[in-house]
Design a protein around this ligand. Structure first.
Ligand SMILES: *Cc1c(COP(=O)(O)O)cnc(C)c1O
Length: 383
């Protein structure tokens, strides 16, 4: 079976993990945690980072530090993994769902219309006229590692004075090559950026995440909250309710080794994407979705798009599986998931179309050329 996405652990992973074990520092203290934070800061060219147990934890902390609380609202995309949205509910706040564009990222023109037509600026902040709730933040997701239009989105969040959180869980390594934010990485433009190092992400720590923030004060607070909000170590004094969200040294040891391989992983991902792309363009009824051409995207996941009157998505999935090729539809849209069916969803149209017609195809960095040739030959016979 050719799997959809598996980790690549051929570098210094074993060496660093064994080193961490021999040092006997395996929990949340230990040199690899700081080293991992420093390596990520250097790579992203940012000043502040807090390593966490997961990307979900990083998003939760970002929302908390953005002042999101009971009965506030947060704007989110419907095309995302549910971990973008659940932390909104952890805080007792409510999501408002936005549609996607042809890149599967948040549709900025619809977002702008939503602000103009459905919201009103008040002395206490931006208010949603439909729900009478205040909107505190927006989470933009760089779907499948593809740079979202953060330039436009930041203009809007600045104008309406709400916090901008980038869910860059899938987008480590993606940066702008053009425009106002040329050279800036996905996740470093908003007030906060959250990355994930879950098993299937471009680099992995088994499970893990990191929170980036514009304000050093915020990231200091994130570290405090992620270690149970300890105000006094010896006597266990706590003035606030914290979380057990800090990354362990074992995870960080893996992360340091994985980060060493990141640029090579991205090169392979881009090379394989180009091979798939050129060959699939000859297959009637199928195309690969494009990446943002103002960015060097990490090309984490590839999206096979099934044209209008072509094949049925689920039949194609089953046919590929029968031929030992694992694929996956994009996530069931979050505004249609049971916990969220009563939340506002603003004019969702494109997301439904793409949900019905996209399959993610194998994209691991250890794919061999003959694997890709084989997948293409099976796709050619799918008609
Ligand atoms: C993976 C992912 C997350 C969650 O990260 P975890 O580390 O698994 O908690 C959040 N958002 C998106 C878009 C993701 O792909």
């Amino acid at each position: 079976m050719i799997p959809l996405s598996v980790p690549n652990l051929k570098g210094n992973e074993e060496k660093y993990v064994v080193d961490a074990i021999r040092s006997e520092w395996i929990s949340t203290s230990g040199s690899y945690v700081n080293r991992f934070e420093n390596d990520i800061k250097k790579y992203l060219n940012v000043d502040n980072a807090a390593a966490c147990q997961s990307g979900t934890a990083a998003i939760h902390l970002a929302l908390k530090l953005s002042g999101v609380s009971v009965n506030c609202e947060v704007i989110v995309p419907t095309v995302t993994f549910i971990a973008t949205v659940n932390p909104v509910k952890y805080l007792g706040a409510e999501p408002v769902f936005m549609d996607c564009d042809d890149n599967l990222n948040m549709d900025c023109s619809k977002l702008e219309k939503f602000f103009e037509n459905e919201c009103v600026m008040t002395d206490s902040g931006l208010k949603n006229k439909n729900t009478d709730r205040y909107i505190k933040a927006l989470i933009v997701v760089h779907v499948f590692g593809n740079m979202a239009d953060v330039e436009k989105i930041k203009e809007l969040t600045d104008k309406y004075k709400i916090k901008l959180i980038e869910d860059a869980a899938e987008a480590l390594g993606t940066y702008y090559t053009n425009g106002k934010y040329k050279g800036k990485f996905a996740g470093t433009i908003g007030d906060f950026g959250a990355y994930s190092f879950n098993g299937n992400k471009i680099i992995t720590t088994g499970g893990g995440g990191i929170l980036i923030g514009k304000s050093s004060e915020d990231i200091k607070k994130a570290k405090y909250l992620s270690t149970q909000a300890k105000d006094e170590e010896l006597y266990y004094v706590h003035h606030h309710i914290g979380y057990n969200y800090r990354m362990t040294n074992l995870q960080a040891a893996l992360g340091v080794a994985q980060l060493e391989g990141l640029e090579e992983f991205i090169e392979i991902k881009i090379k394989n994407y180009k091979l798939y792309k050129s060959r699939i363009s000859n297959i009637e009824g199928l195309t690969l979705l494009e990446f943002n051409n103002n960015a060097r995207n990490n090309h984490w996941f590839y999206s096979l798009y099934i044209n209008n009157n072509g094949l049925d998505r689920d039949e194609l999935l089953k046919y590929l599986l029968k031929n030992q090729i694992q694929t996956r539809p994009i996530w069931k849209l979050i505004h249609t998931q049971r916990p969220y069916i009563n939340n506002e969803a603003y004019k969702i149209e494109k997301a439904i179309k793409y949900y019905n017609r996209v399959l993610n195809i194998p994209c691991s960095t250890n794919l061999k050329r003959e694997n890709i040739e084989y997948i293409i030959s099976i796709l050619e016979k799918a008609q």
